[in-house]
Design a protein. Structure first.
Length: 87
């Protein structure tokens, strides 16, 4: 998935009220409060999934090859974190 496509997914999540960052080829979205049922349905339809362990919604631009779950700190250290702000 191209960087432009990842940014488009990130902007979609921002439009839903999320705070968004891109780490590697993944888009991560967090909300101040639990999003409404409608917003959750729209996120799922757009390909986002819920990460219970990290407490964030994510869109995997590339499948994960690891068989272990990594901490958020490890992910950010390895791939960096680019926060996107609403336009």
């Amino acid at each position: 998935m191209s960087k432009q496509e990842l940014v488009a997914k990130a902007e979609f999540a921002i439009h839903q009220g999320a705070r968004v960052s891109i780490t590697g080829a993944w888009v991560w979205a967090t909300f101040a409060d639990k999003p409404s049922r409608e917003v959750r349905a729209v996120l799922k339809a757009e390909g986002f999934r819920w990460s219970k362990g990290k407490g964030k919604w994510y869109f995997a631009g590339r499948p994960c090859a690891s068989r272990t779950s990594h901490s958020w700190g490890y992910i950010v250290q390895k791939y960096g974190e680019e926060e996107l702000v609403p336009a």
